[in-house]
Design a protein around this ligand. Structure first.
Ligand SMILES: [Zn+2]
Length: 437
């Protein structure tokens, strides 16, 4: 079986020309994207069915490139890259019309414009527009550039990727096709993982191990300091500024940050990245520790996006406890639940279980009572069994997962749903039946 693995490299353009060319390529992609999005939007608003096929958009792009007017400069930039960057428009329109056909339940939106100062500089590459050889990357019309980073999949075949400017430096995220090893050993060791937001016990295993979270205090303080600093700087240039030249912009105000703002913005981006990497590093450490001992991990199937939804509500119908909910949301997001699961996913097999009542069920007798749990301690109101609350929950998750649900408490709601990485759509009745027997 083939699987795809992304490797992140630092990309060194090597010369000022190549650096300019990278910036220009990202700019050309953005320019053409905005042109197409505007054109299709106009057509849609006039009541014409827009021709959003990738093929047609590429034809329009070819005409733009050949145009002797204002868009001939596009010839300086790689056409294959720009064409590739238009692919999401077709996908977005297809999804939009499909959603409209079924009553708009998913609330799909039309593709949005990419702002010059609000979008990350990036462009996609694939095996047609780029080549990878050893530690170098070739991009059409840019040339060979040096890659720095370790590739854990040296035998992997380069398929596609994204070139991105992060914190003022260029990075390449290259996707490799590798052989996935999915064979499991004969004696499978299983573990239940309970995820929390309490400090010092972000991930608790059913064997009693508690993993604390990454130490982010200083990093968060730094990021917040830059945020305050950015708030003091001028972000929008008002009308008729000198630097806003060009006939189109006369008399119009435009979003353009000041240079002081941009300087702090890069520092802020670096602080955010440091925080992100610390979290990811923690995820890899903890998942490595788990994967070195176990083959299968059971985790609760948590809808993190739904759980961290704002409680603000609408203007007519404002939500309650908005502030405390936003604090909880921040804690959930800071505790890196998603990161841990992602890291676990490619070290061992992750199976999901229904999270209902996992913290209120007694692992010994299966009695469900919310009074059994007092913060970090668990004392069963029926049989008196006492344990650490999170360890008890992790044991329940393991039991829900491997079919020994609740030991006599069949109505605990702990129906397991079985999922493999990349195969979520197959989850359902079939795997439920597997576990019911
Ligand atoms: Zn009990």
């Amino acid at each position: 079986m083939k699987a795809h693995r992304t490797v992140r490299y630092r990309l060194h353009p090597g010369s000022a020309r190549k650096n300019r060319q990278l910036h220009g390529t990202a700019g050309a992609c953005r320019f053409v994207w905005n042109h197409m999005v505007g054109k299709l939007r106009d057509e849609y608003e006039f009541g014409i069915k827009p021709d959003f096929r990738h093929y047609s958009l590429c034809n329009v792009f070819t005409i733009m490139r050949r145009d002797d007017g204002n868009t001939k400069w596009l010839q300086d930039y790689p056409s294959k890259v720009v064409r590739l960057s238009l692919q999401p428009i077709e996908t977005a329109y297809r999804e939009f019309f499909k959603d409209r056909g079924t009553g708009g339940k998913l609330n799909r939106q039309l593709p949005k414009f990419h702002g010059k100062w609000t979008t990350t500089l990036s462009f996609p590459v694939d095996y047609q527009s780029a080549k990878m050889a050893g530690e170098s990357l070739y991009v059409q019309k840019v040339g060979w550039m040096k890659l720095v980073g370790t590739n854990p999949h040296p035998d992997g075949e380069f398929k596609s990727g994204t070139v991105k400017c992060e914190c003022g430096n260029w990075y390449a995220y290259l996707v490799h096709e590798v052989d996935a090893q999915v064979s499991l050993p004969h004696s499978i060791k299983e573990v239940g993982v309970d995820r929390n937001i309490t400090e010092g016990r972000l991930a608790v295993l059913s064997d009693g191990t508690k993993h604390g979270g990454p130490d982010l205090e200083k990093k968060v303080a730094k990021r917040k300091r830059y945020e305050r600093s950015m708030a003091r700087k001028r972000e929008v240039w008002s009308k008729n500024q000198k630097n806003l030249c060009g006939p189109k912009l006369q008399g119009k105000s435009r979003y353009q940050p000041s240079n002081r703002y941009l300087r702090v913005q890069i520092r802020h981006q670096r602080a955010c990245a440091a925080e992100r990497f610390a979290r990811k590093n923690w995820g890899h450490h903890v998942s490595k520790a788990i994967a070195s001992e176990y083959d299968v991990a059971y985790v609760e199937k948590l809808n993190i996006r739904g759980m961290t939804k704002s409680a603000r509500g609408t203007k007519e119908n404002p939500g309650r406890h908005v502030k405390s909910k936003s604090g909880l949301n921040r804690q959930i997001l800071a505790s890196a639940w998603g990161t841990l699961e992602l890291c676990l996913n490619y070290k061992l097999e992750v199976r999901h279980v229904n999270p209902a009542y996992s913290s209120q069920t007694c692992h010994q007798c299966g009695h469900v009572d919310k009074d059994s749990r007092k913060r970090t301690d668990f004392k069963c109101t029926a049989c008196g069994h006492a344990d650490d609350a999170d360890v008890n929950a992790a044991l329940n998750i393991l039991a829900f997962g491997n079919g020994a649900a609740g030991r006599g408490g069949g109505d605990t709601g702990g129906a397991p749903c079985h999922s493999r990485p990349g195969k979520r759509q197959e989850m359902g009745k079939e795997s439920l039946a597997d576990f019911a027997t």
